[in-house]
Write a protein that binds this ligand. Structure first.
Ligand code: DX5
Ligand code: ZN
Length: 237
């Protein structure tokens, strides 16, 4: 299941991943069908514990609920202090890819956490916040399927894009040509092109989809900006 899901994610790339942070939680199956019609191929779920980040979202029941209504790969972004405590319950709930933050574990433990997640039979990602140096994840890179470069401090949607992420993407793309690279935070038609140019594969988007009346239009605007010539680019990296 996870291997197939990882292949699906790879073959969907470059892909726009809607973030389930600003969606209508009262109508999740409606949101799923609107996003599917708009062209979503992978879903991004933001799990926050009110401890690792000062915001609280949801846990396994939402993952499980979505899993029942979709075959799309589910990418779970764990913004929690103890990723291993919830890794198995998340996999049982239907997650295909689990990403944990390097800031949530000690550097010595990061490799064990990545290995333990892989042992559960799913793909694993490692995330880092804008102020965290890339050197903190270097030794993990051969043991993960994806690196998530945060372009805002993890915790809230609707924040402004930090171009420090572009340098990290470029450096990762150069050192790990085959690693999946994801960016998350402040991605919209003015920032997506520079992230693509920097080598990114997966673009997590909250506000620029969910603030839009028409998700299909939001996807088309993002895709055309991503593949375009950068003329609507607001951020230079
Ligand atoms: C922030 C979350 C993001 C967030 C992105 O900590 O990880 O996935 O939903 O939202 P926007 O696109 O509004 O920055
Ligand atoms: Zn996220």
């Amino acid at each position: 299941m996870a291997t197939n899901a990882l292949e699906e994610i790879r073959s969907a790339s470059p892909a726009i991943l809607p973030s389930f942070l600003r969606c209508d939680f009262g109508d999740l199956s409606g949101e799923l069908s609107r996003l599917g019609e708009a062209g979503a191929q992978v879903l991004h779920l933001d799990v926050m514990d009110g401890h690792f980040v000062p915001n609280l979202t949801y846990g396994m029941p939402i993952v499980e609920g979505l899993r029942k209504h979709t075959n799309l790969p589910i990418d779970v972004h764990l913004m929690i202090s103890d990723p291993l405590a919830y890794a198995k319950p998340m996999v049982d709930a239907g997650a295909d890819l689990l990403t944990f933050h390097i800031e949530s574990v000690s550097p010595e433990k990061a490799l064990d956490v990545a290995g333990a997640i892989r042992d559960l039979g799913v793909a694993v990602g490692i995330a880092l916040n804008p102020e965290t140096p890339l050197s903190t994840i270097t030794q993990c890179l051969p043991h993960v399927d994806m690196a998530l470069v945060m372009s805002v401090e993890a915790g809230f949607g609707g924040q402004q894009f930090n171009p420090i992420a572009l340098e990290k993407l470029r450096s990762l793309r150069q050192s790990c040509p085959d690693l999946l690279l994801q960016i998350d935070g402040g991605i919209d038609p003015s920032t997506i092109h520079s992230a693509r140019q920097a080598g990114c594969d997966l673009f997590v988007v909250g506000s620029a989809i969910f603030n839009h009346q028409d998700y299909g239009k939001a996807f088309r605007e993002l895709e055309s900006a991503m593949h375009g010539d950068g003329s609507n680019q607001g951020i230079n990296g």
